[in-house]
Design a protein around this ligand. Structure first.
Ligand SMILES: Nc1ncnc2c1ncn2[C@@H]1O[C@H](COP(=O)(O)OP(=O)(O)OP(=O)(O)O)[C@@H](O)[C@H]1O
Length: 272
């Protein structure tokens, strides 16, 4: 029997992340702005005191409008980015599909990338060799395996990246919008593989805009708005709040106003 309170796999404690928005891209632009007394850059708060604990074996959907901070939060969990304040603790091996294909090297072949990316994701050479056929089969890249991946279509690229990550047997698996890229049969295969990983008790955090898919896949939904967690509970309810935000954003756009829920407002967001 599973415990109602699984041991934490991810603990995010009052995490804040700021980015610098540069307004001038050239020395000329900088000079013009300086002469006019305009700012050269602004600080933008992408995450604002976010706290979240995810238990081992949970499948959590991270939802919210564009710019609400989902991807930034996944990057902090994966360790590719560090918080400006607060802490992120992750137990076990993390594999992520965060920036699709970011781990694939365009000049290398699919085969070489399986070994390189597999190693980056923490697999030993013998383990990759043992799983190579399964990775190649799952990706469906077939006869293109010995071509450089820069010649792959975006779908093939994503399939190979997903296949490598999904065979690393991670304790924590992070998935960002990759399911939106693939063709429907591959998407179903990915969903089956995610369910399999879930059945093996792995922890999963999934970011996607397809609310219906998330409701079918995840035990728990977290809704973000302007860098903050505004809801954490049943996935349906989390999704309902996102639909509300979408409707408000549409209404605001029609009314011609700039401010809508969850839409990043730059420096103005910092205070409120
Ligand atoms: N490297 C960066 N430099 C500057 N600003 C950034 C950077 N990465 C993200 N941001 C900004 O931080 C905010 C949050 O971005 P993030 O990508 O986390 O949102 P998101 O909820 O994942 O959005 P989407 O659904 O569009 O992927 C956005 O306003 C974005 O423009």
């Amino acid at each position: 029997m599973t415990s109602p309170h699984p041991a934490p796999a991810i603990v995010i404690d009052r995490v804040t992340k700021n980015f610098t928005l540069r307004h001038a891209r050239s020395i000329k632009e900088m000079s013009v702005r300086a002469l006019r007394g305009q700012r050269l850059s602004d600080r933008f708060r992408a995450l604002d005191e976010v706290s979240l604990t995810i238990g081992q074996g949970e499948t959590v959907a991270l939802m919210g409008l564009n710019g609400s901070g989902k991807s930034t939060l996944l990057k902090l969990i994966s360790g590719v980015m560090s918080p400006d304040a607060g802490s992120v603790l992750v137990r076990g091996r993390v594999a992520g599909l965060i920036d699709v294909g970011a781990g694939l090297h365009p000049e290398l072949t699919g085969r070489e990338n399986v070994f390189l990316n597999g190693a980056i994701l923490g697999m030993r050479k013998a383990e990759i060799a043992r799983k190579f056929d399964a990775i190649a089969d799952f990706s469906g890249v077939g006869r293109f395996l010995d071509d450089q991946v820069k010649f792959y279509s975006s779908g093939m690229f994503m399939r190979l990246a997903f296949s490598i990550a999904a065979h690393t047997e991670p304790d924590v698996f992070l998935i960002d919008e990759v399911l939106a890229v693939g063709d429907p049969p591959f998407r179903d295969k990915c969903l089956d593989r995610i369910r399999e990983l879930r059945g093996e008790g792995r922890t999963m955090v999934v970011v996607a805009h397809d609310i219906r898919m998330l409701v079918g896949l995840c035990d728990r939904g977290v809704t973000m708005r302007q860098g903050r967690v505004i809801f954490d509970g049943p996935t349906e309810e989390a999704g309902r709040l996102v639909r509300e935000d979408r409707a408000a954003r549409r209404a605001a756009a029609q009314a011609g106003t700039a401010a809508a829920p969850g839409v990043s407002g730059g420096i103005g967001d910092l205070g409120g």
